[in-house]
Design a protein around this ligand. Structure first.
Ligand code: GLU
Length: 315
């Protein structure tokens, strides 16, 4: 990040919600949006929406606008103009070039079927591409050892990307810059101080910290919100039919999202505005569940809530 890109209020909390425009806003995303919004408000900071449109083949036309409209129906309005990450492709590629030139990334000829079943890259092209093969992707050269960080909800974390994934792709075979790199570059450029997102992205954090360090960027803080699962403990399906955001009026869907976050307003607090105001006033990280949260999406939004507050529970 060049100094000119630093925000004037760099010390002020700035959070973001970064949905991928691959469909309608689903319930898991609503929970992440509400959690990141409330954390920003409780920190007297700014909250921004950034559309993660990095994968045109998976993008659904019109989905980004509909997601922003859906968020607005919940009172979740970006404090700064909504941004689209595709607009930042020049700086993504500049970061990629820097990594390659510094020898911190390398071209790789492997296809998916060249990789072992565990998906951990065995270093095949680290020292160069075998004769007769040609470069497809670019991988980040992962340093050995542990990455340590403290998640604001889950506490101290230790990840070893070298063992968990190995050298990972930062430019895909189709030429697109991978999420892992773009998210690091764009969070830094936007002066994001804390990333609040779903626990399904916890595993990516070590990789993102390594990339930030390689680019001499200061990584943001992190808070990973509980995953929402169905009554049988399965990750909530993205099926539109089952999705509370579609199934229920906004006030009920918001109540469910706040319930998933351990902040369900009293029954008499009904409207979207009143619920959000209540949650803003009451927001407390200590009340957030640390493990997966079961929500009965088929129900009427009033039943079957079993937050798991055990700090040691794996997620
Ligand atoms: N686009 C991701 C999602 O929709 C979020 C990525 C992030 O917050 O870093 O789950």
């Amino acid at each position: 990040m060049r100094p000119s890109e630093k925000s004037a209020s760099q010390d002020r909390y700035r959070g973001r919600f970064a949905p991928s425009p691959t469909g309608e806003l689903h319930f898991g995303s609503l929970v992440a949006a509400v959690g990141s919004y409330l954390q920003a408000r409780a920190s007297d900071g700014e909250w921004t929406i950034r559309i993660e449109d990095l994968d045109p083949p998976r993008e659904v036309p019109g989905a980004a606008d509909r997601q922003v409209e859906t968020l607005a129906a919940f009172g979740l309005l970006s404090d700064l103009p909504v941004q689209r990450q595709s607009r930042f492709s020049a700086r993504h590629h500049a970061a990629l070039d820097r990594l390659v030139q510094a020898g911190l990334a390398f071209p790789c000829a492997c296809t998916r079927k060249d990789l072992p079943p565990d998906g951990v890259y065995p270093g095949t092209c680290r020292a160069g591409i075998a004769a007769g093969k040609s470069a497809r992707s670019i991988r980040f050269r992962v340093t050995p050892g542990c990455v340590r960080f403290t998640d604001a909800l889950l506490g101290p974390q230790e990840q070893t990307p070298a063992l968990e994934c190995g050298d990972f792709v930062i430019r895909r075979a189709d030429g697109l810059v991978a999420y892992q790199l773009a998210v690091v570059v764009d969070d830094a450029a936007a002066g994001i101080t804390q990333v609040v997102r779903g626990a399904d992205l916890l595993d990516s954090t070590g990789r993102q910290i390594l990339l930030a360090q390689a680019l001499s960027l200061t990584p943001p803080g992190y808070l990973h919100l509980p995953l929402v699962v169905d009554a049988a403990g399965r990750k909530l399906s993205k099926s539109q039919r089952d999705d509370p955001v579609r199934r229920h009026p906004a006030a009920t869907a918001l109540r469910l999202a706040l319930r998933a976050l351990g902040h369900e307003p009293p029954a008499g607090t009904r409207s979207v505005t009143a619920q959000l105001a209540w949650a803003r006033a009451e927001w407390n990280i200590a009340a957030l569940p640390q493990g997966p949260v079961a929500i009965d999406v088929q129900g009427d939004g009033q039943r079957d809530y079993t937050p798991e507050r055990n700090a040691n529970q794996s997620i």
